[in-house]
Ligand binder design. Structure first.
Ligand code: ADP
Ligand code: F6P
Length: 507
């Protein structure tokens, strides 16, 4: 496909911020940025989004973005938000309504009607910026829950080009989604896109169930298409495209001299002990308190783990203006100090807690050093850190403990130890199993995991999406090897054996 990529997301991959008198740019955090940056770097194109700040005196935003674009190898166009718009649209509707609701946590929602107005107004602003920048043959690709209304706004200003959308987070089942006061508007707005992409079959099924039950005059046909009854009749394609990472980039970085050197230092610090790693944005969906409690439980119930395993929990600050996130930070810190207070002995602190952004070398060095990685969200669209860990395990060793409720579980359940993050004892048992697992089994599992991540990387995801978008009548097949979570549930207290019908990757 030769058309230019026009990617639109709430955030640009760079964040502009002020330090004293100085304005600086830093990479944005989060899975969307990690996944899409290599795609834009490979293909070139334009990325439209919010630079994380408002226009202010002394800030040469265009100059800074041009410079950042030159370094990145593609172009940026900014959507500037006032602080009121940021509060109502980003903190409010996006992160106090859609984020908790779509993750199944409706009791955390604040359905303030003013947020909806702000959301629509800012989506309209994004649409105007797209209209100003779009070229005739562009592939317009809107991303994530902040921008579900953009196609509707673009249609209203007369844009007739194909518009595609990818949802990075889960889509909830009807009984949860229907709690949203603006449910009809949101569904109808989504159906103004031509292609809708979801991370898993389960999320797509939730969406099609919602539209079949609440939007009159719609029929869902086949496995992947929705017909609308509007005039002229148009089809909306609905597909499953599990997002991924640039495997080779992570593997190369993990093998680099600087990462190897840093990994050596970390290994020395934890010499003689197993290192278990958690890497998450500060978010209540990530299950960090539950993980810390399970780790404490494992130390309580399995004395043989004491002084043998250390948890390094890295948390990157996120959405700290929302009080739920501030409360979460306090809760994590309290739980960490409780477990440490209970088990620390001279020479061994059970949990090392890091609250900051890590650079790539530091992050990949931790991935390389960690014997066990714990990715245990209560619910997550995908959770790319699980894939990053596997890509960085260049020696084909290591254990991934993975929540059944992470999007990654749909494709990574074979090699991982699956856990229910709400089951504290089951999680503690999985930690015990991971620490005790023999090298042969660890290697076999990690090989299976790495093969999958290498094959189904972010460029495969891109090709799948573009192919599906360009072939109107293509059957939007689910990716190979996807299984329905509900069909998977293993007994939580034992490491599930590798199914016999799988090819043995060691042969
Ligand atoms: P989400 O998109 O919800 O944040 P993902 O697991 O999909 O969840 O993606 C998180 C991304 O943020 C990953 O690419 C990960 O490497 C990065 N990340 C998370 N924590 C940190 C940290 N402390 N320092 C640097 N990067 C981080
Ligand atoms: O993948 C989910 C996601 O919400 C992305 O859309 C977003 O870029 C990222 O997590 C980080 O969140 P925020 O942009 O609110 O800092």
């Amino acid at each position: 496909m030769s058309s230019r990529l026009l990617v639109v997301s709430n955030r640009l991959p760079v964040v502009i911020e002020q330090h004293g008198e100085q304005w600086c740019s830093r990479p944005g955090s989060g899975g969307l940025v990690t996944a899409l940056t290599p795609v834009l770097r490979q293909r070139g194109g334009l990325w439209i989004g919010w630079p994380g700040t408002s226009v202010q005196k002394g800030l040469d935003l265009d100059g800074m973005l041009a410079e950042a674009g030159e370094a990145a190898g593609f172009n940026f166009a900014a959507v500037n938000l006032t602080s009121d718009e940021r509060d109502g649209f980003y903190y409010g509707f996006s992160n106090e309504i859609v984020w908790p609701l779509f993750h199944g946590l409706h009791t955390r929602c604040n359905f303030d009607p003013s947020f909806w107005k702000a959301y629509r107004a800012v989506n309209c602003k994004f649409a105007r910026t797209i209209k100003e920048n779009v070229q005739e043959n562009d592939f317009i690709w809107v991303h994530d829950y902040h921008l579900m209304h953009v196609a509707k706004e673009l249609r209203e200003v007369g844009l007739r080009q194909k518009i595609s959308f990818f949802l990075h987070i889960p889509f909830p089942p009807p009984e949860i989604f229907l709690k949203m006061p603006w449910r009809f508007d949101v569904l109808e707005a989504l159906l103004e896109f031509d292609v809708l992409g979801f991370q898993t079959q389960g999320y797509r099924r939730n969406f099609t169930q919602c539209i079949s039950s609440v939007v009159p005059g719609l029929s869902v046909r086949g496995r992947g298409r929705v017909m609308t009854t509007k005039t002229p009749r148009r089809a909306v394609q609905i597909g499953v495209f599990p997002i991924s990472i640039d495997f080779e980039e992570f593997a190369d970085k993990a093998a680099s001299e600087e990462t190897t050197a840093r990994a050596g230092e970390i290994r020395e610090e934890f010499a003689g002990r197993k290192l278990m790693l958690g890497v998450d944005r500060l978010d209540y969906t990530k299950g960090i308190p539950e993980r810390v409690k399970a780790f404490g439980d494992a130390l309580d119930r399995y004395p043989e783990l004491r002084e043998k395993v250390t948890l390094v929990q890295v948390v990157v600050p996120s959405r700290t203006a929302i009080h739920e996130y501030q409360d979460l930070k306090a809760e994590i810190e309290k739980l960490v100090s409780e477990v440490n207070g209970r088990h620390t002995v001279p020479g061994w602190v059970p949990i090392h807690y890091v609250f900051r952004n890590l650079d790539r070398t530091e992050l990949t060095a931790f991935y390389r050093t960690a014997d066990i990685m714990s990715v245990t969200p209560l619910r997550d669209g995908m959770n790319l850190v699980a894939k990053e860990y596997c890509a960085c395990r260049i020696e084909n060793d290591g254990v991934l403990i993975l929540s059944e409720f992470a999007g990654t579980a749909a494709t990574m359940h074979r090699g991982a130890l699956l856990v229910n993050p709400h089951d504290q004892e089951g999680m503690a048992d999985a930690i015990f199993n991971a620490v005790m697992m023999g090298k042969k089994e660890r290697q076999m599992r990690m090989r299976i995991l790495r093969q999958g991540v290498r094959k189904f990387d972010v460029f495969w995801w891109l090709d799948m999406f573009l192919k599906a978008s360009n072939e109107q009548d293509a059957e939007l097949a689910a990716p190979p090897e996807e299984y329905d979570l509900l069909a998977l549930l293993p007994p939580p207290s034992v490491a599930p054996p590798i199914p016999a019908h799988l090819p043995d990757p060691t042969r």
